[in-house]
Design a protein around this ligand. Structure first.
Ligand code: GDP
Ligand code: MG
Length: 370
C-alpha cells in the first residue's frame, strides 16, 4: 500500500489519532482522520514513536510477491505419504530405514550406490512412499518450530526386547502434537527375548491401543535384521495414507520445505526439498528463507538428474546463492529479480529485528537523557 488512512494508521500503531493529527500539522500535513497520508509520511510519524513501520508493510509486499494461494478442491490430486521414523535410541530406526531402502529401492546402474539426499522414495506396485532419512527428533522438532510440517505418518519403532523407553514417549508426544498418525513397528522380533505383547501393554498407557486389542493403533511386528514384516509395514503405511486422502495441486508454482542443506565443495550450496504443493522445475526462480536462486539442476534420491518434482517428491536443488536452513519454506516465484527482492527484504528484516533487540535507543531517547 502506498498510502494509509489516518484512523487506520492510528489503530495500527496504537496511538491516539488526535495526537497523530497534531504531529502531522507540525510536519505541515493538513488532513482529517478519514483522509489518507502517504507511506513516507506515516513512516516519519511512526519513527517518532520508535516504531518501525516498514517491517509490517514489507511483510505485506512479500506476501504479494509470493502469492501462496489456496488451491481449489477440483485441482487437488492424490500425492504419496511422507513418513518419519521415530523411537528410542538403539531400537532400530536406522536399521529399519536401511531394510526398507534395500528391500525396495532398485540399485542404480552407476555402481549401485544410492545417493544420500535426506529422503528416499520407495515404489510399491504403482504407489510411492517417501521416507525422511533423518531418524531422530531434532529434525522433526526444528521443522515444526518453523511451522513446517512435512510428515504425514510417523513410524514409532519400539524394540520388542526393550519396550517403551523415554524417547519412545517423547516421540509419541511429538507425533500427537503434530496430529500425525502413528504406526507402531515392534522391532527385533527375531530375538529370543522379544516380547511384543509387553510392548503393546506398555503402549496402552500412552493412549496407543493395538487394533487386535480393540483400539485403532496399527502395530506391525518386524525385524530389520531378517526383513520379516517389512512388506506388511509398507502395506499398512499405504493403508493409513489412503485413509488420510493426501492431496495437492501439482499444477501451480512449487511450495516445499528444506529438509537438509549443505555447502558442497564442487557444487556450491545444495539443498534437499520436499515439494508440498505444485511442481518444482529446472529454471524456476526460488526463495527459501533468506536465500534465493534459480534452479540449475534437480537430482532425485537415486542420483538421477530430473527436470521436475511434484508433490511429496524429495529432490536435491542446485542453484541457490547460499545454504538455507532445514525447515525453511521454499517458494517458486515469478522471476529471479522477485526472488532476490524477497531475499533482500527478509535480510533487512532480520537486521532490523537484530537492532531492535540489541538497542532501542532513538535520537529522541538520546535528547531526553541529556
Ligand atoms: P537406532 O539408534 O534406533 O537408529 O538403532 P540402530 O538401527 O542403530 O540399531 C541399534 C542396534 O540394534 C544395532 O546394533 C542393530 O544392528 C540392532 N538391530 C536393529 N534392528 C534389529 C533387529 O531387527 N534385530 C536385531 N537382532 N537387531 C537389530
Ligand atoms: Mg540411528
Amino acid at each position: 500500500p502506498e498510502s494509509v488512512r489516518v484512523s487506520e494508521f492510528a489503530e495500527r500503531i496504537k496511538k491516539p489519532a488526535t495526537e497523530i493529527l497534531k504531529k502531522l500539522i507540525l510536519m505541515g500535513v493538513f488532513v482529517t482522520i478519514n483522509q489518507e497520508i502517504s507511506f513516507e509520511v506515516a513512516e516519519k510519524i511512526a519513527e517518532q514513536y520508535n516504531i518501525l513501520l516498514e517491517k509490517e508493510v514489507k511483510q505485506e509486499r512479500e506476501e504479494v510477491l509470493i502469492n501462496d494461494f489456496e488451491d481449489k478442491e477440483e485441482d487437488l490430486m492424490p500425492r504419496p505419504p511422507v513418513v518419519t521414523v521415530m523411537g528410542h535410541v538403539d531400537h532400530g530406526k536406522t536399521s529399519l530405514l536401511d531394510a526398507i531402502r534395500h528391500s525396495k529401492v532398485v540399485e542404480t546402474e552407476a555402481g549401485g550406490i544410492t545417493q544420500h539426499i535426506g529422503a528416499y522414495t520407495v515404489d510399491i506396485n504403482d504407489k510411492k512412499i517417501v521416507f525422511l532419512d533423518t531418524p531422530g527428533h531434532e529434525a522433526f522438532t526444528a521443522m515444526r518450530a518453523r511451522g513446517a510440517q512435512v510428515t504425514d505418518i510417523a513410524i514409532l519403532v519400539v524394540a520388542a526386547d526393550d519396550g517403551v523407553m523415554p524417547q519412545t514417549i517423547e516421540a509419541i508426544n511429538h507425533a500427537k502434537a503434530a496430529n500425525v498418525p502413528i504406526i507402531v513397528a515392534i522391532n527385533k522380533i527375531d530375538k529370543s527375548s522379544a516380547n511384543p505383547d509387553r510392548v503393546k501393554q506398555e503402549l496402552t498407557e500412552y493412549g496407543l491401543i493395538a487394533e487386535e486389542w480393540g483400539g485403532d493403533t496399527i502395530c506391525v511386528p518386524v525385524s530389520a535384521k531378517t526383513k520379516q514384516g517389512i512388506d506388511t509395514l509398507l502395506e499398512m503405511i499405504l493403508l493409513v495414507a489412503e485413509m488420510q486422502e493426501l492431496k495437492a495441486n501439482p499444477n501451480r508454482p512449487a511450495k516445499g520445505t528444506i529438509i537438509e542443506a549443505k555447502l558442497d565443495k564442487g557444487r556450491g550450496p545444495v539443498a534437499t526439498v520436499i515439494v508440498q504443493k505444485g511442481t518444482l522445475k529446472v529454471g524456476d526462480s526460488i526463495i527459501a528463507g533468506t536465500t534465493y536462486g534459480k534452479v540449475r539442476a534437480l537430482i532425485d534420491d537415486k542420483g538421477r538428474k530430473v527436470k521436475s518434482a511434484g508433490p511429496s517428491i524429495p529432490v536435491e536443488i542446485l542453484g541457490l546463492a547460499e545454504v538455507p536452513n532445514a525447515g525453511d519454506i521454499l517458494y517458486a516465484v515469478s522471476d529471479e529479480k522477485t526472488a532476490r527482492q524477497i531475499s533482500e527484504m527478509r535480510k533487512e528484516k532480520e537486521r532490523q529485528q537484530y537492532f531492535a533487540s540489541s538497542s532501542k535507543i532513538t535520537l529522541q531517547d538520546l535528547f531526553s537523557q541529556i
